[in-house]
Design a binder for this molecule. Structure first.
Ligand code: NDP
Ligand SMILES: O=C1O[C@H](COP(=O)(O)O)[C@@H](O)[C@H](O)[C@H]1O
Length: 467
């Protein structure tokens, strides 16, 4: 395997990040059931992540079976066609498909000619059997049919019932989580307690406000034990978000600078260059604040602003996040701007009279010793002119500017989460040459240049693997 590739063994053997009770390799039939399989998340992220995990050897073909469930009536093949579009595809790939089909008997030669990863994907597309079951989210009938399909698969794999594992991934609007969880609990649980398990993965946003989040938590909590429930925020799986803890707490350089004495403001920005594209059924109920800011950007905000955790244990990290969130003072109305992009209501899945925001920006202010007076500006928008997610830490001006260079710009530390992961520091330097003049330049750590050949895993690969 190439040096940058993730490796099963490496992950399980990484002692420094290990919790006492995790990293036990399990065997037995694993069924992964994607509920809401007809939707945007499933086709863009969930299924491609599963394919990648399979390609990297984390999911074994003799143990894993994947199911899709939704109300939309489509065939297994139609579902596969939808997914195929979101796996790396280009004219070049299409040629490889036909080459592969023609040269299937000379597999070793092809391995030398075409990229190994692409090759794996082609094989997967041919081999993986994704079964699609149609049904509503509150009908016993649908979930009984789903259970039947899973059980048949488990039996065909010749595995004792109790050793089977069932992972239900709710790629659905949170409004249907309670009814779906009830159905899973009533009809689709792993049938015995001989060592298998049933787990559920729920997506953000967890409710609409405090009351509904608490209600959702107690509804799910009545049906499943806490260790069976996985709440996903995929921004936490992004490489540069994972890097934030390391960056902040493993580098002496940043320790004395990361505070109100040196930092003028912090900007955490999410932009997308496409709109809802048929996702109005989910998005219009929630809007950009609940879709992006309350979860993804707030998690990033916590990692930028929190104090050093006691250790890397999840509870310790959570405790620090909670502390910094508790120190945020109520947001002022005059420090919020919201908007809706022109054309949003043209999406047939969006109601004609919708006033749901698709853009929002706001200032968070932290009332503590480190951050008093430093605005954290959070901004998110759909259908803007570019796609980008980044953190910009802007430093204060240097006092006593003997070079008269302040107009050229401040020191700024930028962490670009996507696209093209990078970190760069904007500095003032002497313009090379005979004159003593200054210019803005950058210390640049662009991942494509620094880590050539390293394949950065998609956020969902990491998170689904953890479940
Ligand atoms: N799209 C993305 O990139 C990401 C989405 N998410 C999260 O995933 C979840 C699903 O989002 P996404 O897939 O984009 O949304 P979609 O609008 O695509 O909904 C997913 C599926 O849910 C069903 N559905 C949609 N609206 C309703 C409704 N009002 N009541 C019941 N069922 C409905 C539809 O399936 P059918 O009608 O066939 O049953 C649809 O195909 C959300 O919680 C979102 O926050 C998280 C990260 C990224
Ligand atoms: O959670 C969501 O995230 C996606 C954007 O994810 P990214 O990893 O591609 O940045 C967004 O499109 C979607 O509206 C939202 O639900």
């Amino acid at each position: 395997m190439a040096s940058g590739e993730w490796h099963c063994e490496k992950r399980f053997k990484n002692e420094s990040f290990k919790n006492e009770d995790e990293n036990v390799l399990e065997t037995g039939c694993l069924s992964i059931i994607v509920l809401g399989a007809s939707g945007d998340l499933a086709k863009k992220k969930t299924f491609p992540a599963l394919f990648n995990l399979y390609g990297k050897g984390f999911l074994q073909s003799d143990e894993v079976h994947i199911f899709g469930y939704a109300r939309t009536k489509i065939s297994d093949d139609e579902l596969r066609d939808r997914i195929r579009g979101y796996l790396p595809q280009s004219k070049e790939d299409a040629e490889d498909v036909s080459k592969f089909l023609q040269l299937v008997t000379t597999l070793l030669v092809i391995f030398l000619i075409i990229n190994l990863r692409r090759m794996m994907r082609l094989i997967l597309l041919l081999l993986m059997q994704i079964k699609y079951v149609t049904g509503s989210y509150d009908s016993a009938e649908g979930f009984q049919a789903l259970d039947k399909a899973i059980t048949e698969q488990e039996i065909s794999k010749n595995i004792r019932e109790g050793l089977s594992r069932r992972l239900f991934y709710l790629a659905l609007p949170p409004s249907v989580y309670p009814q779906v969880c009830k159905m899973i609990k009533s009809y689709c649980m792993n049938k015995s307690d001989l060592g298998g398990w049933t787990r559920i993965v729920v997506e953000k946003p967890f409710g609409k406000d405090l009351a509904s989040a608490e209600e959702l938590s107690s509804q799910i909590g009545e049906l499943f034990d806490e260790p069976q429930i996985y709440r996903i925020d995929h921004y936490l799986g992004k490489e540069l978000v994972q890097n934030l803890l390391v960056l902040r707490f493993a580098n002496r350089l940043f320790l004395p600078l990361w505070n109100r004495d040196n930092i003028d403001n912090v900007q955490i920005v999410f932009r997308e260059d496409f709109g809802t594209e048929g996702r109005g059924g989910y998005f219009d109920q929630y809007g950009i604040i609940r879709d992006i800011i309350q979860n993804h950007l707030l998690q990033v905000f916590c990692l930028v602003a929190m104090e050093k955790p006691v250790s890397l244990k999840p509870e310790h990290i959570r405790d620090e996040k909670v502390k910094v969130l508790q120190s945020v003072i109520p947001i002022k109305d005059e420090e919020v701007v919201i908007g809706q992009y022109e054309g949003y209501k043209d999406d047939p899945t969006v109601p004609d009279n919708s006033n749901t925001p698709t853009f929002a920006t706001m200032i968070l202010r932290i009332h503590n010793e480190r951050w008093e007076g430093v605005p954290f500006i959070l901004k998110a928008g759909k259908a803007l002119n570019s796609r980008k997610a980044e953190i910009r830490v802007q430093f204060k001006d240097v006092p006593g500017d003997i070079f008269k260079c302040q107009k050229q710009g401040r020191n700024e530390f930028v962490i670009r989460l996507q696209p093209s992961e990078a970190m760069y520091m904007k500095l003032t330097v002497k313009q090379p040459g005979l004159e003593m003049s200054t210019a803005q330049s950058e210390l640049d750590l662009s991942y494509t240049q620094r880590y050539q050949g390293v394949v950065i895993p998609e956020a969902y690969e990491r998170l689904i693997l953890d479940t």
